[in-house]
Design a protein around this ligand. Structure first.
Ligand SMILES: Nc1ncnc2c1ncn2[C@@H]1O[C@H](COP(=O)(O)OP(=O)(O)O)[C@@H](O)[C@H]1O
Ligand SMILES: [Mg+2]
Length: 249
């Protein structure tokens, strides 16, 4: 591991690699700081929620006040749901056990609501609620979804579009997750390289070119596979497939 890094630092791409490592380190540090801030948000949010609940329990509250306080309460609950989700997602230790794939999709899509809205992208989900649970690290699944969905949103940076995330239980005892966008599509020569480390068409700071490499490696380490179909001018579809749990195991 160190020897490869040393070799690169001595070699031609040293400056580039060093820039990349420095950037990654900055982002990791930023992540750790944000975790603290997110944690700090929890206390005031629960004060807001419980104060709102106390007001709502009063009998002499005018109807419009009741409505406003109910909104304050539900927004505060939504935020605290999100901060708790973020804290669990940020943890590094394994979250293995029975994972609800639909919940992971919901979390990532809710988390990216703003990212979709600011690009004018309509995000739709079509979830199969009969999906069996899968034994896997839930945080890794979220990381996989986050990269695939973020890639789609970034591809639809201009002009908006549609994103559909689907979960499907196949007859062959597998679980499929499909992420389809109406973005510009991927040219054939690029399609052959997208899973290679450091392949990116984005500007520095917007992409590292490591997302799909990491995603594919995670999927395969979890016993799954990833496929892509893309058509220029029409869009791109990624499909991730995992084995479902054996009945009773
Ligand atoms: N949904 C998509 N639509 C169009 N191009 C995509 C899509 N997903 C990935 N790509 C292409 O694959 C490249 C590699 O993606 P990735 O490995 O996640 O790295 P990054 O997002 O940092 O560029 C992207 O730069 C982009 O050119
Ligand atoms: Mg990416």
């Amino acid at each position: 591991m160190n020897s490869t890094v040393d070799k690169h630092i001595d070699g031609v791409i040293s400056a580039e690699l060093l820039k990349q490592l420095a950037y990654n380190e900055k982002m990791a540090e930023l992540g750790r700081i944000s975790a603290g801030i997110v944690h700090e948000l929890n206390a005031p949010l629960s004060v807001i929620t419980s104060a709102a609940q106390m007001i709502l329990r009063e009998t002499e509250v005018p109807e419009f006040v009741r409505e406003m306080v109910a909104r304050i309460s539900s927004e505060a609950q939504r935020l605290s749901h999100m901060t708790r989700g973020l804290l669990t997602f940020g943890r590094q230790e394994e979250e293995s056990g029975e994972t609800d794939v639909n919940l992971a999709i919901d979390f990532v899509l809710d988390f990216l609501t703003y990212e979709a809205a600011r690009r004018g992208v309509t995000a739709l989900r079509s979830l199969d609620y009969h999906l069996p649970f899968v034994r896997m690290d839930g945080n890794m699944l979220k990381q996989i979804l986050l990269n695939l969905i973020m890639n789609s949103l970034q591809a639809m940076e201009e002009g908006g579009g549609k994103l559909l995330v689907e979960s499907i239980a196949t007859t062959g005892g597998e679980i499929g997750i499909v992420i389809a966008d109406t973005g510009p599509g991927i040219p054939e020569d690029a399609l052959a390289k997208i899973f290679q480390p450091y392949f990116t068409t984005k500007r520095p700071g917007e992409g590292t070119g490591l997302g799909l490499f990491v995603t594919k490696t995670l999927v395969e380490n979890m016993g799954g596979r990833i496929e892509v179909k893309s058509k220029l001018g029409e869009g791109t579809t990624f499909r991730v497939t995992f084995k479902a749990e054996e009945e009773g195991s």
